[in-house]
Design a protein around this ligand. Sequence first.
Ligand SMILES: CC(C)(COP(=O)(O)OP(=O)(O)OC[C@H]1O[C@@H](n2cnc3c(N)ncnc32)[C@H](O)[C@@H]1OP(=O)(O)O)[C@@H](O)C(=O)NCCC(=O)NCCS
Length: 160
Amino acid sequence: MSDQIPPPNPDARPERESLVGITFRPAHHSDAGALVALWEACGLTRPWNDPRKDIGFARDGAASDVLVGVEGDVIIASVMVGHDGHRGAVYYVAVDPSRQGTRLGRAVMAAAEDWLKARGVWKLNLMVRETNLAALGFYEGLGFQRSDVVVMQKVLTAED
Ligand SMILES: CC(C)(COP(=O)(O)OP(=O)(O)OC[C@H]1O[C@@H](n2cnc3c(N)ncnc32)[C@H](O)[C@@H]1OP(=O)(O)O)[C@@H](O)C(=O)NCCC(=O)NCCS
């Protein structure tokens, strides 16, 4: 299967001019360093998460991957995408700070949605920190709606 994912719906998007030369593809193992640098620049890393472990786990998963937007050989956008057999999810949605506001975020989310649709997934959940008002505005602009649910988490350890 081809490694290349075409830009989403290029003919239907008025922003296609700004996406010329940008392609979306699954991340390679060798992309890890550039991905971590992108996520750090975007403020997406946290001390309690190991981003390299996250990349490896998503890439190795049967129902998950990391997609990157590249211009030449430079990674300028990313999204981690996957599903749990019921709903889709995205993480690490990032656009290089120097390229934000040029509809790359919209394009990388469309690539993730295409990835999910190709696998039969019809609903996508995502989590946004309440304080990330810019991201909330971005997702609402993409048609996402706030949902009246509380996200609960538990760290699983060998002792549990
Ligand atoms: C959030 C992020 C991915 C958005 O990417 P981007 O390239 O800047 O966004 P785009 O240019 O594709 O914007 C897409 C649409 O969302 C709108 N939008 C973007 N930010 C918005 C905001 N704060 N409020 C309202 N609308 C917004 C744009 O106007 C645009 O609408 P249009 O296509 O109809 O003109 C990017 O800013 C980023 O990497 N931020 C830092 C990391 C982060 O917070 N990630 C999300 C974690 S949950």
